[in-house]
Each structure stands twice: as C-alpha cells, then as structure tokens.
Design a binder for this molecule. Sequence first.
Ligand code: UDP
Ligand code: MG
Length: 254
Amino acid sequence: MKSNTVLWMVIPCYNEEVVLPKTAPMFLAQLNHMVAEGQISDESRILFVNDGSSDDTWKLIENFSKQDKHYIGIAQSRNRGHQNAVLAGLMEAMDHCDITISIDCDGQDDIHAMEEMVKQYHEGSDIVYGVRNNRDTDSWFKRTTAQSYYKLLNRMDVEVVYNHADYRLVSSKVLHYFADFHEVNLFLRGMFPLVGFRSTCVYYKREERVAGKSHYPLSKMLHLAFDGITSLSIKPIQMIAGAGLFIDSSELSG
Ligand code: UDP
Ligand code: MG
C-alpha cells in the first residue's frame, strides 16, 4: 500500500560534524521504513538546517544530498539559535509537504516515535507533541530547574505541554496559519498550542547524545526561558504596571 502523505523532517544542526555521520543514516533508514510501511510517500525529505556552523557540518550536508535524493539542506547566514533554525526549516517545508516533524540532530529524540506521530496525524491530529517520559539523562540541576520552570509558565497562564521540547509533528495546514505570527522572541513549544488545532501527544524515552556536546549552556537556556514568558504572557507587564501604580500612589500619599 502506498501513501501520498509527504513528510519533511526538519533538523537543526549547529557544529555537528561528529554527530551527523552517525545520525543522518538513521533518519534515512526511518524515512525508508515509513515509506515501506505505506505511512508516507517516497517524495518525503530530510531537511537539514545548518545554523551558521563554523565546522564541516555544511560540507557533510552537501555530501549527503549528493548521495541520496531524500537528503536536502538549507543554510542560515549566521548562527541564529535553535528556535530560529527550526522555524526557518518549517517555513521552507510548508509549501512542499503535508506534514513536518522537527527533531534534534543528535540522536536524543527516539526516531521510532515518528511512526506513532504519523499514525496520529492519519487519525486526525494536526499537531502531535513528542513528550519525553523520563528525565534520567538530565543532570539534577537541569531536571529541577525544568520542573520549576513549567510550574512558573503555568502560573503565567502560558499553555505548554509538560516535558515536550521541539520534537513535534505539525501539518502544513497549521504552519500556514503559524506563518502569520510575527514573533521575534521565539518559544515554539508555547506558540503552537495557540493556533488551536486538534493535537495529541506521543511518549518516548530521551537518550544521551550519540556524540559531541550540548550547545545549550546555562546562558542560552535562561534566554529561552525568558522568551517563553515574555513573548506569551501579559502577566509580567501587568505586574510592572501594578508595581508602577503602587509606587505612584504611595508617592502621592507620602
Ligand atoms: N542547535 C542549533 N543552533 C544552536 C544550538 C543548537 O541549530 O545555536 C541545534 C543542535 O545542533 C541540535 C538541537 O539544536 O540539533 C538541540 O541542541 P543541543 O542538542 O545542543 O541542546 P540540548 O539537547 O542539550 O538541549
Ligand atoms: Mg541535544
């Protein structure tokens, strides 16, 4: 049985020359498997987004694309960060495919969950969130801060799926609506729930990186965390306005 559903995997890559030779063939094997299973069309693609890498990442992507028609790539002019790289890939993909799946390139997100994601799409969901069901690959610090952060987002009325990062299926229909958001401080996981299409979750076990090391130092994590709150909640502005009023009136009364 053949499927007409065209999938584009969108994969951000920043200085991943030691990782890509290991994971690119895994993505291709997964794509071929889903084609053979009749889940997706053979016109599906693996889109690497080179996020201004200073190593040989782009050279590798060029070589992959010569080896197999399913591999393609785009490059950002400079390093603009993970969220921007994912968004650039999704915007590139949306006119060429029916569905996208964004996934990190380092092998941490279980590629096999894609089958369940596509199944959920065929059953009517336009967004499928990949949700990790373990945090044992995180340090104690990352685990604790992540949990407090989700609680804080909740108190700020920002709707996010607990333990979901950026492993996600999104249909091109949703992406066309999404393209109208002109948000600069990107926090994609909090923005997709806002478009209001039918969504569901798929659970998977998050692994260690297959090689190399994380590009998310504490400073970048804090930046992302800050964007999550300031771009999606009006509460900080209300608090500042409230504090302003309080100071004003105490001056008047004083
Ligand atoms: N990445 C990117 N631009 C950046 C930093 C990271 O495109 O400025 C990519 C990176 O290559 C990987 C994904 O984003 O595919 C997640 O990054 P990383 O694995 O370093 O983060 P962690 O999993 O440690 O949070
Ligand atoms: Mg990673």
